[in-house]
Design a protein around this ligand. Structure first.
Ligand code: LLP
Length: 385
């Protein structure tokens, strides 16, 4: 069957490979996030790392979301797109001095600090500029997200956050860092979680932690649960909008906020994942002695997720409705890992056919590289094609 939900006629004139974003779906997703989170007055900061395309950012900020940034460049991109500085949070294990200064100069809402040495530097730089830095401590809660090991962040051996057994030491030290105001606790256990049980465990962990902190007379204003809600890569059309209702309900039901506490989230993938597709053209169909290969003009330079995380992206031939055949779908890069899928069924494919790699809106375009001196992919949008 020829797929009708892509504007294939317009695609015909465009140079491939490129990213195509369904901005209608993005808006519907944002509408859902706004509706479901406002039931509990939750604060949402979009994780810019998932996709920093300026048009995408400007749509997201128009729905009133804040931004979660992990570099000075992301802070600049967020500010340029119109995200208000007082809704920007800044995380990352390795913040450079200029990046911390950028955050201070713009009076961002909060630094999510990940270690004592970092806190010391934030304190020094804040004092030098005559400011007080608002800081949340990123705690490693030791909750296993059971997701791909490259994107699990909340277990003891990960580099992220302050270990629970070191928290007391950090809190003792904070008492002497007078240019820092402790305003919150921050957590992020991993990405692409489809089993939501780890989030429930996270709630219990934080409840217990807060009781411990109360014994030290510490009660913070803000709790930030990070991101991590997964998307359905297998069924992008049936589940084009993630189940934000159930997701937020879990935190409402299982986390016991202390009086006046504000709750924050940092979703990335769940907001932009399904609205983006990588569109490529078939260069050659090569019949090897044991396999048939569809060789695309897109490779891991445009979408690295299959090579890096063995990630699955649904692949569709937009130009053919002939009987399916079995192919390996590969790119042109000179590395064996430049393979999008092995032994998949695709409508019989010919040179020139347009191929869609679905669910590529998150960690797709933003992770593109120029390896092999290739050009970065362009992007097109359903609202302006
Ligand atoms: N907050 C923090 C502190 C994070 O480290 C991340 C993602 C997020 C929020 C957003 O998580 P999300 O809602 O998108 O799951 N490149 C990988 C994913 C890396 C995620 C890194 N941190 C991939 O393509 O699967």
């Amino acid at each position: 069957m020829i797929k009708t939900n892509f504007p294939i006629r317009q695609f015909a004139d465009l140079q491939t490979p490129f990213y195509y974003y369904d901005t209608n779906l993005l808006r519907k997703t944002l509408q859902t996030v706004a509706e479901e989170s406002s039931k509990y007055q939750y604060h949402i900061h979009y994780a810019v790392k998932a996709n920093a395309n300026p048009h995408i950012l400007s749509i997201i900020q128009s729905y009133g979301l804040g931004a979660d940034c992990v570099s000075g460049g992301e802070i600049q991109a967020a500010l340029q797109a119109g995200f208000p500085a007082d809704k920007i949070v800044f995380a990352g294990v390795g913040k450079a001095d200029w990046e911390i200064r950028l955050g201070l100069d713009n009076d961002i809402f909060c630094f999510n600090a990940e270690s004592l040495p970092e806190l010391t530097v934030i304190n020094d730089l804040a004092r030098q500029t005559g400011k007080t830095a608002r800081v949340a401590l990123r705690i490693n809660p030791e909750v296993d997200a059971h997701t791909h090991h490259h994107i699990t962040t909340g277990i003891k051996e990960n580099k992220f956050g302050i270990n629970l057994d070191q928290l007391d030491k950090v809190l003792d030290a904070l008492a002497n860092l007078s240019s820092i105001q402790l305003i919150g606790l921050h957590f992020h256990i991993g990405s692409q979680l489809t089993d939501l049980n780890p989030f429930r465990q996270l709630c219990h962990k934080i409840d217990a932690l807060q009781q411990q902190l109360l014994q030290r007379n510490i009660q913070v204003e803000n709790i930030n649960f990070g991101g991590g809600l997964g998307i359905d890569y297998q069924h992008p059309d049936d589940h084009s909008i993630p189940d934000f209702k159930t997701y937020f309900e879990i935190f409402h039901q299982f986390f016991h906020a202390l009086p006046g506490q504000k709750i924050h989230f940092e979703p990335g993938r769940s907001i932009v994942g399904q609205c983006g597709n990588l569109i490529a053209r078939t260069l050659y169909v090569k019949e090897g002695s044991v396999k048939k290969f569809v060789i695309l003009d897109a490779g891991f330079t445009e979408l690295i997720r299959p090579a890096l995380y063995e990630a699955y992206h649904q692949i569709e031939n937009l130009s053919s409705d002939e009987a399916p055949e079995i192919y390996d779908v590969v790119g042109p890069i000179c590395e064996s890992s430049d393979c999008f899928a092995k032994q998949i069924s695709l409508n019989r494919t010919h040179r020139g056919d347009l191929i869609a790699l679905r669910s590529a809106g998150a960690y797709g375009e933003i992770m593109a590289s120029q390896y092999n001196c290739r050009q970065l992919p362009k992007s097109y949008f359903s609202d302006s094609l």
